[in-house]
Write a protein that binds this ligand. Structure first.
Ligand SMILES: Nc1ncnc2c1ncn2[C@@H]1O[C@H](COP(=O)(O)OP(=O)(O)OP(=O)(O)O)[C@@H](O)[C@H]1O
Ligand SMILES: [Mg+2]
Length: 312
């Protein structure tokens, strides 16, 4: 049996009369990466704040690392690490001093070499003794995550860990996240980037207007879409004509002698299509299963793309 690192049921949160989380449920098995995906203002940070005990929910139950966030906030805090959306780095201190401060504040007796080890791991050794005010956004983000790791948390919350990072720094961050996962750490991250969720997450939940509009593995989400289809290419117009009659739901591309047949892309469904062609002794010279990417998923699930709809 896998244990849940996070178990959320019926979570509700409003600010005044504005409902931000309207009853959301999800479960994160220990040792996995869970990505909460949503555009600006969807409620990602609010979710992180509730899960990390920074704000109280209005309803529902939330268990983190086995403890109830409402009744056992202290136990939750000792089990988790949080890297907020906005860096918690003290600009007046150097990178090394920021890390040392976390070590000094940590209730756990850390290894003496931990500061040096973390500086090295995050490629910050050279800049270690410069004031954090001189750090670039990416360096700050890395220092922030390094500070989170001081207490050796079993569960880490990363609120948009790569927003604003250049492609190289994003990749470094992804590598570090994968290393943490390999060490057995559970990771809850929020992101606006579909490719990031696709790259990192075991499971993704899509948050839109206070509700989870979809949940699943990246592949499951892609397969849920009406847009998933099998494309056949035939050798003659006659074959294309006959295939189009066999599959009345299909759309044809006469120039390419191709037919797009809706399918969930699963083996059973694809086999069914191939069997039908066989029955009519039709041979397709080429076929491919086309799954939409996560941007298409978002568009289909929410009716808008990942950018916030501008106010009228
Ligand atoms: N303390 C607060 N008081 C009132 N409204 C708030 C508060 N915190 C958040 N909100 C509102 O709740 C909604 C969700 O905000 P939240 O910060 O959770 O979104 P987000 O998904 O993290 O967005 P972003 O991608 O921009 O970080 C927004 O409309 C925001 O204005
Ligand atoms: Mg946010």
């Amino acid at each position: 049996m896998t244990t849940s690192a996070i178990a959320v049921t019926g979570l509700r949160k409003a600010f005044g009369d504005k409902t931000v989380l309207d009853g959301i449920d999800f479960d994160v098995p220990a040792g996995t990466v869970f990505a909460l995906l949503g555009p600006n203002g969807a409620g990602k940070t609010t979710t992180v704040h509730v899960l990390t005990t920074l704000i109280k929910a209005d309803g529902g139950t939330v268990r983190v690392a086995g403890y109830d966030v409402a009744n056992d906030a202290k136990a939750v805090r000792s089990a988790i690490g949080v890297t907020g959306q906005f860096a918690a780095v003290d600009e007046l201190l150097t990178g090394r001093e920021n890390l040392q401060l976390m070590v000094d504040l940590s209730p756990v007796n850390a290894d003496k070499r931990i500061v040096d080890n973390l500086l090295e791991r995050f490629e910050l050794t050279e800049a270690a003794d410069k004031s954090a005010a001189t750090y670039s956004g990416g360096m700050r983000r890395k220092l922030d995550l390094a500070m989170t790791l001081v207490g050796n948390p079993e569960l880490i919350f990363l609120d948009e860990p790569t927003t604003g990072l250049d492609p190289r720094s994003r990749r470094t961050m992804w590598t570090i996240i994968r290393e943490l996962l390999a060490d057995g750490v559970t990771i809850f991250l929020t992101t606006q980037y579909l490719d990031e969720a696709d790259q990192l997450a075991d499971r993704i939940a899509v948050l839109d207007k206070g509700r989870l509009v979809a949940q699943g593995t990246p592949d499951e989400l892609k397969r849920q879409l009406p847009g998933t289809h099998v494309r056949f290419r035939f050798d003659s117009v006659a074959d294309l004509d006959m295939a189009a009659r066999i599959f009345p739901d299909s759309t044809r591309d006469d120039d390419a002698l191709a037919l797009r047949v809706p399918s969930d892309g699963g083996t059973r469904s694809v086999r069914g299509l191939l069997d039908r062609l066989d029955e009519y002794s039709l041979n397709a010279g080429e076929f491919s299963v086309n799954t939409p990417d996560l941007d298409d998923v978002f568009l289909a699930l929410t009716g808008h793309d990942t950018t916030e709809v501008p106010a009228k």
